[in-house]
Write a protein that binds this ligand. Sequence first.
Ligand SMILES: [Zn+2]
Length: 79
Amino acid sequence: MTCRDLVELVTDYLDDALSPEERARFEEHLDMCEGCREHLDQVRTTLAVLDVMPETDAARGDVPGLDALLDAFRDFRRG
Ligand SMILES: [Zn+2]
């Protein structure tokens, strides 16, 4: 699994939507990649903040802050 693959799967991981095989590869990558651990923490924090906002349900599926975060991470990885 590459960093880009991991970024694509972060929200599914946090939703517990990955297959056991994907989850194993995801966690294997996390073990060896500090950047992705930090990214996961950022996404988790962002989702936690969104969770306490009243409009979360309406915004789910189109979360501008999360998209920006994921885009920023992709740019960072691309160098
Ligand atoms: Zn990584």
